[in-house]
Design a protein around this ligand. Structure first.
Ligand code: AFP
Length: 341
């Protein structure tokens, strides 16, 4: 990379400019998506700033704790949720919101309604906040295809009906990764400008990787195919080198690394959690959408993840996602298991 040229780059592709360019390909488009996205971006910038200040501002800790002035502190994930819900409602472009933080869906009042439904986890990996490890926001976007009263049916749709998905990672830099169905693009926040700038256009995941990412502490409860797959990662029988294990325990960080370096991320079912841990609407679907758009695959152990039809807004599913060939291997193991039964 020419660092000198980079330092003086003057033609900045901001995320708004990028989405406006995309939108200009659709003459009928009225800019609703751009407005919606700019409100998501605002939420991400707010959370990024709050995460950076968390230690200083004492935003870490349990919800309900009081600060030194005796005022009640809001936990960072509760605060992030408030910001996203308010930004999305005030965009005037949403009708249904599903957040990891809220048990029930939010139905936007009729005067502020718009054609989009947003499913999101405002601060995923929140158990990592207190030790400063990377965390993130994950979101997926559906369109309403009717003008009747909104209901949860508007979001209980397979992931392949999402029109966009993305995540923002609050790490050593703040990066927003987005797909509107035409590839995956990464934007890095330039703190001096307060703008997300296109730094990773058209991300493609390597076809095969040498990293696997899983919570091996659950190994005693895994099923046969998962156990065999991880065994193959460590003791390959075809003479190839063993894969490296990397696991942050923060889905955004683990998936981001998988997207850029290749390999596989898995949160399988186990005896204690037959549906795994991760939530379909705002973890499994958005990440699966991004993986497929980057040339990878996402599989539940039974089917293509994006074909799953959720019945509940906080439903969970096992997930195996990453490089095409690596996911192909786990698919073959599940197919062989099914043949036996
Ligand atoms: P927290 O938000 O409770 O930290 O959970 C994070 C998460 O939903 C996801 O980001 C991780 O991939 C996964 O859970 C980690 O789960 P384990 O701690 O069971 O490995």
């Amino acid at each position: 990379m020419d660092h000198e040229a980079d330092a003086y780059r003057t033609d900045l592709m901001t995320i708004t400019r990028f989405v406006l360019n995309e939108q200009s390909k659709y003459p009928e488009s009225r800019g609703d998506f751009t407005i919606l996205l700019s409100n998501i971006v605002l939420g991400c910038k707010f959370v990024c700033s709050a995460v950076n200040k968390a230690g200083l501002a004492k935003l870490i800790g349990l919800a309900g704790e009081t600060n030194i002035q005796g005022e009640e502190q809001k936990k960072l994930d509760v605060l992030s949720n408030d910001v996203f819900v308010k930004a999305l409602v005030s965009s005037g472009r949403t009708s249904v919101l599903v957040s990891e933080e809220d048990e029930e869906a939010t139905f936007v009042e009729s005067s502020k309604r718009g054609k989009y439904c947003v499913v999101f986890d405002p601060l995923d990996g929140s158990s990592n906040i207190d030790c400063g490890v990377s965390i993130g926001t994950i979101f997926g976007i559906y369109t309403m295809n009717h003008t009747d009263e909104p209901s949860t049916e508007d979001v209980l749709k397979p992931g392949n009906e999402m029109v966009a998905a993305g995540y923002c990672m609050y790490g050593s830099s703040c990066m927003l990764v987005l797909s509107t169905g035409t590839g995956v693009h990464g934007f890095t926040l330039d703190p001096s400008l307060g703008e997300f700038i296109l730094t990773h256009p058209d991300i493609k995941i390597p076809t095969k990787g040498n990293i696997y990412s899983v919570n091996e502490g659950n190994a005693q409860n895994w099923d046969g195919p998962t156990t065999k797959y991880v065994e193959n990662c460590k003791f390959p029988k075809d003479g190839s080198p063993a894969k490296s294990l990397r696991y942050v325990g923060s889905m955004v960080a683990d998936v981001h690394r998988t997207l850029l370096y290749g390999g596989i991320f898995l949160y399988p079912a186990d005896k204690k959690s037959p549906n795994g841990k991760l939530r379909v609407l705002y973890e499994v679907f958005p990440m699966s959408f991004l993986m497929e758009q980057a040339g990878g695959q996402a599989f539940t152990g039974k089917q293509r993840a994006l074909d799953l039809v959720p019945e509940k807004i906080h439903e969970r599913s096992p997930i195996f996602l990453g490089s095409y060939d690596d996911v192909e291997e786990i698919k073959a193991l599940y197919a062989a298991e099914e043949k036996k039964n």
